[in-house]
Design a protein. Structure first.
Length: 237
């Protein structure tokens, strides 16, 4: 199957229809549409004009990525697979590399949660002659966390009740992600009864409410309390 394209030259060009199809295999043009193509040869050995839609799209894609790189703009891409050291990303039809260390601020244990998804990236290396594109998702996540942290630091107060997600358990307590900032929930502030280990009460991934006991804005340190959400039962005895 071919799409016949006329560019006002001596002869029209036959371009494979596959170059005009989207990811779903649907033809994206109709008779009369203006299309962007790259001229490869006028009157080749067979007397035909050769044009390429795919080459034109690749040229446009490189130009757009170069602009995004120069202006530090965010681009969209889809993680298409896993390779040694990271992942491949489809960016405007071009193949980019996402190093494993630049996927997130924390190691990604299950890549299935990000593969096939359209995500935001930042270009950190662009070399067209070598067909080399390196992107980072971590830069985007860090920026989002920085904005969340700033917002949180401006609204946090001692005595306030706040929601968070249990991020990690240690012998001395639990770290709770408050959104761009972690708070420490000491084991002695988990319950009014004696607790040998935080795992008796909490599980990583739990969404909880806790009271802000201490807040040091300069050091970005937050101490949380779970038992302080209720009255001390020993006072009534």
């Amino acid at each position: 199957d071919y799409v016949i394209v006329s560019a006002g030259l001596k002869s029209d060009a036959e371009i494979p229809a596959s170059e005009f199809k989207n990811a779903a295999g649907e033809l994206t043009v109709k008779v009369g549409d203006d299309v962007e193509v790259a001229l490869e040869a006028v009157e080749d050995g067979t007397g035909s004009t050769r044009m390429s839609r795919e080459r034109a799209m690749r040229t446009r894609a490189w130009t757009e990525l170069a602009t995004a790189h120069e202006e530090s703009k965010i681009i969209n891409g889809v993680i298409t697979g896993k390779v040694k050291g990271g992942f491949t990303v489809d960016v405007n039809g071009l193949r980019a590399f996402l190093p494993g260390s630049l996927v997130d601020v924390r190691p990604v244990k299950d890549s299935a949660c990000i593969e096939g998804r359209e995500l935001d990236f930042k270009i950190i290396k662009l070399d067209q002659p070598r067909n080399n594109i390196v992107v980072s998702r971590r830069a985007i996540v860090e920026n989002e966390l920085s904005e969340e942290r700033e917002k949180l630091l401006n609204t946090l107060e001692e005595g306030q009740i706040i929601k968070g997600i249990v991020k990690n358990l240690t012998d001395y307590g639990a770290f709770v992600n408050l959104g761009g900032l972690d708070g420490l929930l000491h084991i002695t502030d988990l319950a009014w009864k004696r607790v040998k280990h935080p795992s008796e009460i909490l599980t990583v991934g739990d969404e909880i409410e806790a009271r802000v006991l201490k807040f040091d804005k300069e050091q970005c340190r937050v101490s949380l309390g779970l038992k302080q959400l209720s009255d001390d039962p020993w006072l009534d005895m």
